[in-house]
Design a binder for this molecule. Sequence first.
Ligand SMILES: C[S@@+](CC[C@H](N)C(=O)[O-])C[C@H]1O[C@@H](n2cnc3c(N)ncnc32)[C@H](O)[C@@H]1O
Length: 207
Amino acid sequence: MTSYFDRLANSWDANPMKVERARATAEQCRLTPLASRESLLDIGGGTGLLSLFLQGDFKTITIADTSSEMLRVAREKIAAAGIDNIRICLLQKDLSELTGSFSAIISLMTLHHIHDLDAFLGHAADLLNKHGTLMIADLYLDRDGSFHKHVADFQGHDGFDIDQLSQKLVNAGFAVRQVKPYYKISKTNRAGTEQEFPLFFMVAGKS
Ligand SMILES: C[S@@+](CC[C@H](N)C(=O)[O-])C[C@H]1O[C@@H](n2cnc3c(N)ncnc32)[C@H](O)[C@@H]1O
């Protein structure tokens, strides 16, 4: 998947829906009660759209991603804006490469690209401090795979069944506090007609 996102990096921010989606997600993050806004980890933060909207809301933000090109775009935007509280971390494979402890972790449209959800959630739990919060913004279950139909070698998840995902969070040591729909992506489906794909915002704390 990394080379797929490397190819998209330069044009990523030119899609107004992606900017609007990040803005709406930042708003959900701001509305979420957190024990601390000291440090945020934005997993799969890509070109930094979400992190840049949240730049003033956290003392420090770390964007971690497996695409060097998405991160190059993020780095250029951060430098151009003279921002000094967002750092960038290129991952070779997964979150096990990160060290440190974060007050909150957020993921926007990244979880469905991660094959081993149990490993990911385990690493996320390890990286959160005692009262830390995990926020996941992603696709509800897309039963016929319409959302990723254009990606020939897509190997991720066609969205999520909320009950199944919640159970995985519980198994990884989280207590799910909230799940709600908050945004809809409009896209042309397999039949050539416009289809809406709802996104959920899930909030979980370490139990
Ligand atoms: C759909 S894009 C979303 C980017 C950004 N969150 C946004 O909404 O604009 C998914 C991002 O996840 C990254 N990604 C894919 N697998 C990853 C992994 N295992 N760990 C971290 N990032 C990953 C991709 O490189 C890409 O930047």
